[in-house]
Design a protein around this ligand. Structure first.
Ligand code: BG6
Length: 526
């Protein structure tokens, strides 16, 4: 596996520079305009950006979908959704914003759609003043990704990409593409999708979105580790016993049975989001704060994951499927789900790295639907102190070693908080210890509520900043590490899954047994 990524083809594609850059106006060509993501996330996010004055003045959207609709009809469909999903809503701001929304009825996977689409994009670019910049957004069924990318390529709408050498790119409008997850179904399909994208676009024009990277506390991982002196020297196998990364959700699969049954918890959450979080926790310090340097380090650490032996998977994973309760039927009874499905709605995995920093330190990853609490967190569990100094002093003779060791908990959602647990002396006579916690709570310190990730990510793409988007090699390495858990060898893990954990629990018994095998227990928060 290649672990060095190409430098950006032009210096503008450098996070350090682009953080300071203004976002450029562009026409956003949104494939999947009548879909759920557009209505629930993308358009409300753009509305919020427009309302806050962040959306560049000329930016407009042309929604592409097969259903015949006029601009006004599409706006009428979107309005209630924006009212519901945006953080605030103002009728006058909406009327102004809605003028930037246009609709184009057509099949994005058919070549003959493109001459008309190109003409419409040109007209809108001129009337709104977008300077010819185009941001494609693939928010469609994954089976349509490659056909649409192929059509875009053939249409001649992309002036960058493989034609880069013949033009002065700095004086040209740009064309970029944002690709939604799932990015492939496995290592081979992800590589094929990357090849299709690479035929049409340069790597620095491809934005593989992962909304976890836009979460404040995920970004704060870099600041915590690399803007402080005290953590990095102990951030290794000598001081850290293990790391737990959890993304537990109380919601079930609901109406997404069709999609979810072909995905499962590993594809839906671990291969994408949790491995990204893990990479930020485990990677080496980048030498500069640029998209290129950060993504290079992520590729290296993902590449250092020790391959899981396919014949011993039960030592490294536990799977589950939620049972039914009043709020929602059991997973295997949902519409769209195969009755004898073996798809996991819960997965717990153990991964290790083959490098000097982490040799031997287990990273436990866990995600599940219908769990006891909505909780996304990283727990860094430190080792016990090297010597048991205080037990000798304790008047009551109670041993002090074996007390809770230091722990850093990075709560990503729903609360945004970093807590450090350490031992303190209980006031009074004798030497009694108790654990105390120092908390840095975002809401209390900054009076800031979590922001919907899509708005800032779209702005980054308009700015040309790829820091929070995934490189081709990150995606491919992440798939490589997950393949043993997804192939036919995973059949023993998938036996008798139906209803093996109760809704509102922390997953199946096999999940606790997995950690017990390593002499550890899951952190269930407080
Ligand atoms: C999505 C998954 O990527 O992330 C969903 O497809 C999941 O199944 C969601 O519910 C979780 O995101 P968040 O931000 O609520 O943790």
């Amino acid at each position: 596996m290649v672990t060095t990524i190409d430098r950006p083809a032009r210096p503008g594609h450098d996070a350090a520079m682009n953080k300071r850059n203004e976002a450029d106006s562009c026409v956003i060509v949104l494939f999947g305009a009548s879909g759920d993501l557009a209505a629930r996330k993308l358009i409300p996010a753009l509305y919020e950006m427009a309302e806050s004055g962040a959306l560049p003045g000329g930016t407009c959207v042309v929604g592409v979908s097969r259903t015949p609709m006029s601009d006004d009809q599409w706006r009428d469909v979107l309005r209630p959704s924006v009212e519901h999903h945006a953080r605030s809503f103002d009728a006058r701001s909406w009327d102004k914003f809605a003028k930037r929304l246009h609709y184009f009825a057509g099949d994005g996977a058919k070549r003959n759609t493109y001459p008309r689409l190109m003409q419409r994009v040109d007209e809108l670019s001129q009337s709104h003043g977008c300077g010819g910049n185009v941001l494609f957004y693939l928010s469609v069924a994954p089976s349509l990704y490659e056909p649409i990318i192929g059509c875009i390529d053939e249409s001649g709408m992309v002036l960058e990409g493989r034609r880069w050498c013949s033009i002065n790119r700095d004086s040209m409008p740009w064309q970029r593409i944002i690709v939604e997850k799932p990015f492939g179904q496995d290592a081979a399909s992800a590589a094929s999708l990357n090849r299709a994208l690479g035929r049409a676009f340069d790597e620095d024009a491809i934005y593989r979105i992962d909304h976890y990277l836009a979460k404040e506390l995920v970004q704060n991982l870099l600041v915590l580790r690399f803007a402080n002196t005290i953590f990095e020297p102990i951030w290794n196998h000598r001081y850290i016993d293990h790391v737990q990364i959890t993304a537990a959700e109380t919601v079930g699969v609901g109406k997404r049975g069709d999609y979810y049954d072909s995905a499962g918890a590993i594809r839906d959450m671990i291969q994408s989001h949790l491995l990204q979080v893990m990479a930020l926790v485990a990677m080496e310090p980048p030498t500069r704060y640029t998209a290129h340097h950060i993504r290079q380090e992520k590729v290296k650490i993902l590449d250092a994951i020790v391959p899981t032996p396919a014949d011993r998977l039960q030592e490294f994973a536990a799977f589950g499927q939620y049972a039914g309760a009043e709020a929602e039927p059991a997973y295997h009874e949902l519409p769209g789900v195969k009755p004898r499905t073996t798809t996991e709605t819960f997965a717990a995995l153990v991964l290790k790295f083959n490098n000097w920093r982490w040799a031997g330190t287990p990273f436990f990853l866990r995600t599940g639907k219908r769990m006891a609490a909505k909780r996304t967190e990283v727990v860094v569990q430190f080792k016990q102190p090297a010597a048991d100094l205080f037990s000798a002093l304790a008047l009551d003779g109670a041993p002090t070693l074996g007390r809770p060791a230091n722990q850093i908990v990075i709560e990503i959602a729903p609360r945004e908080c970093v807590s450090l647990r350490f031992e303190g002396k209980v006031p009074g006579q004798g030497m009694k210890l108790d654990s105390v916690s120092m908390d840095f709570d975002y809401a209390r310190r900054f009076n800031a509520e979590p922001v919907e990730a899509y708005g800032p990510l779209l702005m980054d793409a308009m700015r040309g900043d790829q820091t929070l988007f995934k490189h081709r090699l990150e995606v491919e390495s992440a798939w490589d590490s997950m393949m043993p858990f997804l192939g036919p060898e995973s059949a023993p893990l998938r036996k008798n899954l139906a209803g093996n954990y109760a809704p509102g629990s922390w997953g199946p018994a096999s999940s606790d047994a997995l950690l017990a095998r390593y002499g550890r227990t899951w952190h269930h928060g407080g």
